[in-house]
Design a protein around this ligand. Sequence first.
Ligand SMILES: [Fe+2]
Ligand SMILES: [Fe+2]
Length: 162
Amino acid sequence: MDIIDRLNGDHRTLKQFLAVMNEEGASDVARRRSLSHFKRLYYAHSVAEEMVVYNALEGRMPQWNDLAHIGHAEHNVATELLTRLSEAGEEPAEDWDHDARLLEEIVCGHIDDEEAEMVPAVQEFFGSADRASMIDRYDRAKKIALTDLSEDPAAQTASASS
Ligand SMILES: [Fe+2]
Ligand SMILES: [Fe+2]
C-alpha cells in the first residue's frame, strides 16, 4: 500500500459520486446526498493532493510546472461549480443538471490526466519507502481539511488550492 493506492482509491470514489449525481432516474435526495459526499471528499482530496503530491513533484520534472498550473486551475473551476450546485436551492432543476454534468466532465478529465501523468511520475521519482511514507502526511492533511470544513462553513466554498 502506498500513496498511489490512496490517490487511485479517492479518484474511483469521486467518480462513483459523480455518476450517481448524473444518473438518470436517481432521486433528487440521492443526487443531493451524492453531491454532499463528493464535496467533502473532493475538498479533502484536493488539499492533501496539492500539499503532499504536487509539492513533492515540484522541481522533479521539467513539465511539472505546466501540469501543476493546469491541475490547480481545474481544482478551482470544480470548486466554483460545487459552490453553485450547493447553493442552487430552488433554482430550476435543468441548471443543476447542466452544472452537475459539467462537473463530471471536468473532474473525470482531470482525474484521467492525473492518472496518466502525475501518478506515473510519482512512481518514477519516488521509491516504495517514500511512497509509503507519503500516506501518513496525505491522511493527516485530509483529516485537517475535513476538520476545517466542519468548523468553518466559509471553507466549504473556498478554493482547495488557496
Ligand atoms: Fe487533482
Ligand atoms: Fe486527484
